[in-house]
Structure formats: structure tokens, C-alpha cells
Design a protein around this ligand. Structure first.
Ligand code: ADP
Ligand code: MG
Length: 697
């Protein structure tokens, strides 16, 4: 393997490269744009474009693309080559500042939720200079935001950047109150831990469900699953290790800090964790990571499954969003500090997050809602659909002491007085213990664990940043008007703890008793499915907050709600249609064939005089015939339910029909087919079993 130093970032137009190839003045101007979000000087763009092109062409690139993240959840690119005709009949390789800054993809086929009428189908893409350009294959990719001509965001990056700006603005106000006026900006960082499954390409190709939907829609349980806990952190198989090595190298070339890799709980399940970065870059990199994971797998004869629930009966895959806020001077605002003043500031930021998570539980929940993730949240493997927070013993004790004006345990005997006392050290170990919490404080960051493995992390971070910006704005409004800062600060923190402590839960989130307590005693919301939570995006309090901070317009929210529900409906409908095809054309015929052969044997035995009518063959024939009858009629019922969807009045009604009618019918059909599988000779079964898939690599 090449030296990491030589390959790391070799395909990225990063700061090292910019510095090397740009004139000093241009570099300084671009760097200012990147670091301080100042507008780009147009004269700089041409020079940057020229240098970028030369660098890319020298590395073998022939095309460029504005790379963006439409509401499909995956990335989009439209390649243009650098060539333009030269007067002498040859070609020139050209790339202008204008082409770097703005693109105009024909966007009529991207979901817009009604935002972009077809007569103004063209959207435009705008360069995000804070995320470096990179080369993929033979194409120079320029990270961009994607908007309609009327200025509406049609992508996930635009609102993410807006939410980061909203949070930055409020953080700076708070920091000023604590005397930190040197700070130029506050940015959030994210380290997304990515889970995935690997199966062999050969088996994958035999399963229509995996190919069409990314998950198995049928399959009886493997005799062995994850019960031995022998896969988690187990020895990595050579074929998987070779994949991981190759993957790391590809990611490193793209400047992605792939750091940790290990086997996960379920057989064939693995995890990749990168080192955290600024949120918009982490988002770009996570999208790229998912793409490269899938591409690299194919080179190894494998398929990387990013679906949240590829297999029933074993754990699904999530993505832990490790989130923190820090200043350009390097101070992590979620890190308890060394002085009492720093600690008071830390506690205020902590309270802002507590208040945000409580006030906007619904937004955090719906930010991670997809048809796929509905299979995880609420099952005993992922955090529950109820959003709550885990803070760990030390912080709980600190908050308790502040709330009740009582001494903080043994360490600090006197009354906890903010701005006076030093906090006890918060050890990471105690905070990391609770693995069932959706939103856990882990020493100097929060880990939001409800994300599904295929989710773009943009959505969760948009909501998180915005909700925390809202808390901070309320705090800043109060404290800026205060004439007794220390006292009012103390009171504000105390009040916030009192008002929002219901969101803090340190027990077992998988426990049924918690569901009861959370919903009945604490009044927390429990939205089990996408159709349950998504419409709340348009609740007045949410629209007010998100528009106030300039993160979304009302029209954008309406379109997003529509798009997300549409995605849900389409995903499940495709699954239902795939089940119909598989059950009618693969499963039932396979069972029929087996039954036919069995029946022949029954007849043969009878013809040679064996008079026993109750042979095992006969009883199996009867059992399986009943099952195939059931499969045929359930499939027809499912088809009828699918047909009935066209009668839905709107997308909310359609999504409710999917939840209440289609999904239960799919489960019934599956149960019959899976039972059929357990009774049918493997020779006859038309596709690989769970045992084959989970233990086949
Ligand atoms: P683990 O969860 O395996 O114990 P860590 O907690 O160290 O490992 O890191 C998990 C993820 O959190 C990694 O992607 C890491 O880069 C990221 N991370 C660590 N510190 C921060 C931080 N201050 N802000 C955001 N993410 C962080
Ligand atoms: Mg973790």
C-alpha cells in the first residue's frame, strides 16, 4: 500500500494545493472567503477556476461537474467536459470562474414538492467554497448548493449552511456576554459513525428484493443470528479486511479521515468512523463515503447494503451523529472548562441543547424519519422513537444541585454557585455507558443516535443547529437586557433545568416501562412512524422557529414535508410491488414444484402398494398447499391495497394508508412465505437464504 502521507488528499483541491498553485493574493482572498464566510471576489474566481482546471487535468480529469445533494437523499452530478473548440480545429481545455461559481442543471426531474413549476424547471447550483473540490474518476467535482430560480432551496446543503449561520450568530452573542469578543465564528462539527452490511454480489444478484429495495422482504431466520455476540469487534475476515483497506485508501485520497473500522453486532455488519469535521464538510464527506463504500464493494465482488434494516431478526444499521460546537479559536463550547466562568458558559450552552431537544423533539424525530428507519426506531436495537437525553451521573448531579440550591455531593460542599465554582471533571467513561439513549452527552459532544444508516446527516443537523440557535437567541435576549449578569445567568440556568428536565432520562430506553413513563407521565412525544411525525414539520411552532432563523421559508417546508412523505410512499409501494412479483413468480411456483414432486412420490408409494395415506410427504403436501393458497390470496389482497392507494386524497392520507393497510399486509404475506421456506427443500428455493447471505462472505 502506498504511504498514507502520499495519498491523503491527493485527489482534493485542498489548502495545500491551493497554496501551491494560486498566486499569493488570490489564495489569501479565497482563504478569507472560506474562513470568514465573506463573499468571493469575482476577479478571484477566474484565477481559481483556471488553476483548479490545470490541477485536475494534470491528474487525468476531462470533465467537471457541480456536485450537489438534491432531495433524493443521494448526490447528483451532470458532467460537462472542459473542451471547447479551438479556432484551428483542435480543442481547448477551458473552465471559467463563471462555470466554477454557478451551474444550471436542468432540474425538472428532481423532487421539488411543487416548489418549481415545470415552466421554470431550471435550477441553479452555487459553489460552496468552504468544501474543497475533488476528483472522482475523470471528473472534477465542485461541491455546490442547489436552488430554484426563485431562490428556494431544492437541496439539503442550502438549509444546512443557513442553520450553521443561524447558530453561529446566536453563539457569538452569548460568547460576547462572557467577554469572548475575540471569537470570529462558531461552527458545528460532526463525526458520523457509519454502519453497513456486506453480502456477496453473486447472492445479491439472485435476490430481487435486495436489488429493488435494498432490503430483504422475505427470509426465514437463520439458525444462527447475533445471539452469540461473537461478531461484535470480532476478527475481521480476510475478504472484508481487504475491502476495508481498499476503501480506506480511496477515502484518504479524497481527504476523508476514515479512522476506525470494526465488525458490528449482526453477522456481516460493520462500521466505519471518520474523524469529525465542520458539519457541511462532514455531510459532503459522508455522502461521498456512502458512494465509495458501494463502489469499492463491487470491486471485491461484494455489495454494501446501507439500508436501515436489510434483514429481519438481526440488528439494523444506524449512523451516530457526534455533534459539537467550537470557536475559530479552538474552544469546544461543550467542553467543561478549567475556570468557573468557563463552566458557567459551558452550563449555559448545555442548557441550550437541553431546551432545544425538549422543545423540538418532533423536529429531531422527523429529521431521521424514512420508511427504512421506521424498522429500527422502536425495535429493541436502536434508540426508541421517543427522543430523550442522557447526561451521565456527574452532570445530573450538577444540574440537580443547581436546580435545588443544594450542595453538589462530596466534591463541592457548598451551594453550587455559577461563576464561582469549578465543575468536577466529567469522565467520558461514565457518559458513554448508556447505549440506548437517542441523544447522549459523551464528554465534550452530543451523540445523536437515531439516524438511519442511509440518511443524509444534513437533515438531523439542520434541525439540531436551528433548535439550539433558538434556545440561544432566547437566552441572549434575556441576558443582554440583564443588569445583574451573574445572578440572572444563574436563574436562567436554574429555570431551564426545571422546565426541561423531563427530556433527561438515564435509564434503559428499550424498556416498555419507559414508553409508558415518557408518554403518560412526562408528556414526551412518541412518533413511531414517518406518517406519524412528518406532518408536524408544518406545526406552527416549527414553522415559526425555522423561518425566523432563515433556515427555511414556509414554502420550502411545505415542499419538504411533501417530498419526505412521497419518498416514504414510493419506497414502501416499490417494496409491496416487489413482494407481489417475488411471491407470485418465484416463491409460490417454487413451493408448487416441490409439492408436485412430493405428490408424485406419494402416488408412487401408493402404486407400489404402500397403503399408508399419512406419510410425511402427504402431510407436507397438505401443509404446503394450504400455504401456497394463502400466498396467492394474500398477494391478491396486497395488490388490491396497492391499487386502492390511487384513491388517496393527498400524500398524508396516502402515507397513512401505507402504514395502516399496506405494511400489515406485507407482514402477513411475508409470514406465510417464510413459513413455506422452512418447509421446502433448499434445492427448490429460488434465492439465497438468510444463512447464506449473513454468513456467505
Ligand atoms: P467511540 O464512540 O467509538 O467511543 P469517539 O467517541 O472517540 O469514539 O468518537 C466517535 C466519533 O465522534 C468519531 O467520528 C469522532 O471523530 C467524533 N468526535 C470526537 N470528538 C468530537 C467532537 N468534539 N465533535 C464532534 N465529533 C467528535
Ligand atoms: Mg459512538
Amino acid at each position: 500500500m502506498a504511504q498514507i502521507n502520499d495519498i491523503f488528499g491527493s485527489l482534493v483541491f485542498d489548502e495545500r494545493t491551493m497554496k501551491a498553485v494560486l498566486p499569493a493574493k488570490v489564495f489569501a482572498s479565497l482563504k478569507k472567503t472560506i474562513d470568514e464566510d465573506t463573499p468571493l471576489d469575482p476577479s478571484v474566481a477566474d484565477v481559481v477556476a483556471q488553476a483548479m482546471k490545470e490541477w485536475a487535468v494534470a491528474k487525468g480529469a476531462t470533465h467537471y461537474t457541480h456536485w450537489f445533494q438534491p432531495m433524493t437523499g443521494v448526490t447528483a452530478e451532470k458532467h460537462d467536459s472542459f473542451i471547447s473548440p479551438a479556432p484551428d480545429g483542435g480543442v481547448l481545455m477551458e473552465f471559467s470562474g463563471k462555470e466554477l461559481i454557478k451551474g444550471e442543471p436542468d432540474a425538472s426531474s428532481f423532487p421539488s414538492g411543487g416548489l418549481r413549476a415545470t415552466f421554470e424547471a431550471r435550477g441553479y447550483t452555487a459553489w460552496d467554497p468552504s468544501s474543497y473540490a475533488f476528483i472522482k474518476g475523470k471528473t472534477l467535482c465542485i461541491p455546490t448548493a442547489f436552488c430554484s430560480y426563485s431562490g428556494h432551496a431544492l437541496d439539503k446543503k442550502t438549509p444546512l449552511l443557513r442553520s450553521m449561520e443561524a447558530l453561529n450568530k446566536q453563539c457569538l452573542r452569548i460568547l460576547k456576554l462572557f467577554g469572548n469578543d475575540q471569537v470570529k465564528n462558531v461552527r458545528t462539527s460532526v463525526g458520523p459513525e457509519q454502519e453497513y452490511f456486506l453480502v456477496t454480489k453473486e447472492m445479491y444478484d439472485k435476490r430481487l428484493d435486495l436489488k429493488m429495495t435494498g432490503r430483504t422482504l422475505f427470509g426465514s431466520k437463520s439458525p444462527k443470528g447475533q445471539e452469540m455476540d461473537d461478531h461484535y469487534f470480532g476478527v475481521i475476515k480476510p475478504r472484508v479486511a481487504a475491502y476495508m483497506e481498499d476503501l480506506n485508501e480511496e477515502l484518504w485520497k479524497l481527504g476523508i479521515f476514515a479512522k476506525t473500522e470494526h465488525n458490528e453486532v449482526a453477522p456481516a455488519q460493520h462500521e466505519l468512523a471518520p474523524i469529525y469535521e465542520t458539519t457541511n464538510i462532514a455531510t459532503d464527506h459522508n455522502q461521498l463515503t456512502m458512494e465509495i463504500m458501494q463502489k469499492t464493494a463491487l470491486k471485491h465482488g461484494l455489495v454494501c447494503l446501507l439500508h436501515e434494516k436489510p434483514f429481519a431478526g438481526v440488528n439494523g444499521s444506524g449512523k451516530h451523529n457526534n455533534w459539537s460546537m467550537s470557536t475559530n479559536l479552538g474552544q469546544n463550547l461543550l467542553s467543561p472548562g478549567a475556570t468557573p466562568y468557563e463552566n458557567a458558559q459551558f452550563l449555559l450552552f448545555l442548557c441550550a441543547v437541553i431546551k432545544a431537544v425538549d422543545d423540538y423533539q418532533d423536529l429531531l424525530r422527523l429529521a431521521v424519519a424514512t420508511a427504512g428507519n421506521d424498522h429500527r426506531l422502536g425495535a429493541n436495537e436502536a434508540p426508541p422513537a421517543i427522543i430523550s437525553m442522557f447526561l451521565g451521573d456527574e452532570l445530573n448531579a450538577v444540574l440537580d444541585a443547581i436546580e435545588n440550591d443544594k450542595p453538589y455531593t462530596d466534591v463541592i460542599k457548598q451551594k453550587m454557585q455559577l461563576g464561582v465554582d469549578i465543575l468536577p471533571p466529567i469522565s467520558k467513561d461514565t457518559t458513554d455507558r448508556n447505549r440506548t439513549s437517542p441523544f447522549a452527552f459523551t464528554g465534550n459532544k452530543f451523540e445523536f443516535r437515531s439516524l438511519g444508516s442511509s440518511n443524509s446527516i444534513a437533515c438531523a443537523n439542520i434541525m439540531l443547529n436551528s433548535a439550539v440557535a433558538e434556545s440561544l437567541q432566547i437566552f441572549a435576549d434575556k441576558l443582554e437586557a440583564s443588569s445583574d449578569f451573574e445572578n440572572d445567568l444563574h436563574e436562567l440556568i436554574k429555570e431551564t433545568i426545571k422546565a426541561h428536565k423531563r427530556i433527561i432520562f438515564n435509564g434503559n430506553g428499550y424498556d416498555d416501562a419507559w414508553v409508558k413513563e415518557a408518554t403518560e407521565v412526562r408528556g414526551l412525544s412518541n412518533y413511531k412512524t414517518t406518517p406519524d411525525c412528518m406532518p408536524h414539520l408544518l406545526d406552527e411552532k416549527n414553522v415559526t422557529m425555522l423561518t425566523k432563523h432563515g433556515v427555511f421559508s414556509k414554502a420550502e417546508l411545505e415542499s419538504r414535508c411533501e417530498i419526505m412523505l412521497e419518498n416514504y410512499c414510493k419506497s414502501v409501494t416499490i417494496e409491496a410491488n416487489t413482494m407481489v412479483v417475488m411471491s407470485k413468480t418465484q416463491i409460490a411456483p417454487a413451493i408448487d414444484k416441490f409439492v408436485g414432486d412430493l405428490a408424485q412420490r406419494v402416488a408412487l408409494k401408493q402404486s407400489i402398494g404402500s397403503s399408508i395415506p399419512d406419510t410425511y410427504e402427504l402431510s407436507l403436501v397438505k401443509k404446503l398447499s394450504a400455504i401456497t393458497d394463502g400466498i396467492y390470496s394474500k398477494t391478491d389482497e396486497l395488490k388490491d391495497e396497492i391499487a386502492a392507494l390511487s384513491g388517496a386524497g393527498d400524500i398524508i392520507e396516502e402515507s397513512a394508508m401505507i402504514r395502516d393497510k399496506i405494511l400489515p399486509k406485507m407482514a402477513e404475506l411475508r409470514a406465510l412465505c417464510d413459513e413455506g421456506e422452512t418447509l421446502t427443500s433448499k434445492e427448490y428455493w429460488p434465492f439465497p437464504s438468510y444463512a447464506d447471505l449473513l454468513f456467505g462472505v
